[in-house]
Write a protein that binds this ligand. Structure first.
Ligand code: ZN
Ligand code: FE
Length: 251
């Protein structure tokens, strides 16, 4: 399989997996035009769409794609049923498309029905895990998002994390505001800034990289707890997570 990212809107990526014959899977097509262009240019034949959640920047292109390709199977959580989904999936389901078997992982937090799709090495995680950060809690609680992160953190370190937004630079900037002396973060920030200057994507990332640079995965980190200690005595991993999320909200 071959992994592609199509930029959309300001900072979205629409991920496409294609096989050698050109059959492809499209993830979270928030708009149709850039996808239709890429399909024409690469001579792809779309087989299926995977949807992570109901927000417009992830589902906005589905209906137009269905008009052009009426045979498309659209997998998504219940909350996307009125957005073109014709195969509702939930936690624990297996989705077989092309040569891939995707495990469906429920990751509530950003929305209550948010799903991630994993077929090694690919993880399509929508607006749950971002490189260096975590999705906003529009519908869920910090506890739910924390538990969603724990689920994703069980995947192999080589997992290619395909997030739906290019937020890495601002996320690392935030992380450095919390841990300004962290060498891993300082080094990574430099790399990311260079990539962004050339307008290159910082994604996909890997779970191994994220375990180093993503504070939301470092909730047991001693340096982080030292900092938090100055403000609160609540330092259970889940509380560290909630503290970070609240800080990020006002960053
Ligand atoms: Zn969203
Ligand atoms: Fe989004």
């Amino acid at each position: 399989m071959n992994l592609n990212s199509i930029p959309a809107f300001q900072d979205n990526y629409i991920w496409v997996l294609n096989d050698e014959a050109g059959k492809c899977i499209i993830v979270d097509p928030g708009e149709a035009a850039p996808v239709l262009n890429a399909i024409a240019k690469n001579n792809w034949q779309p087989e299926a769409i995977l949807l992570t959640h109901h927000h417009h920047d992830h589902v906005g292109g589905v209906k137009e794609l269905l008009q052009t390709f009426p045979g498309l199977v659209v997998y998504g959580p219940e909350e996307t049923q009125d957005k073109g989904t014709n195969r509702v999936v939930r936690e624990g389901d297996k989705v077989n498309i092309l040569e891939c078997e995707f495990s469906v992982i429920a990751t509530p937090g950003h929305t209550l029905g948010h799903l991630c799709y994993f077929s090694f090495p690919y993880l399509f995680c929508g607006d749950t895990l971002f490189s260096g950060g975590c999705g906003r809690l529009f519908e869920g609680t910090p506890k739910q998002m924390y538990e969603s992160f724990q689920k994703l953190n069980k995947l192999p370190q080589e997992t290619l994390v395909c997030c739906a937004h290019e937020y890495t630079e601002s996320n690392i900037k935030f992380a450095l505001s919390i841990l300004p002396e962290d060498q891993v973060l300082i080094r990574y920030y430099r790399e990311v800034k260079e990539l962004r200057l050339k307008n290159h994507a910082t994604l996909p990332t890997t779970l191994q990289i994220e375990r180093g640079i993503n504070l939301f995965l470092r909730t047991e980190d001693a340096d982080l707890k030292d900092i938090i200690q100055k403000e609160t005595s609540l330092q259970q991993p889940e509380q560290v997570f909630a503290w970070l999320r609240a800080k990020k909200d006002s960053f």
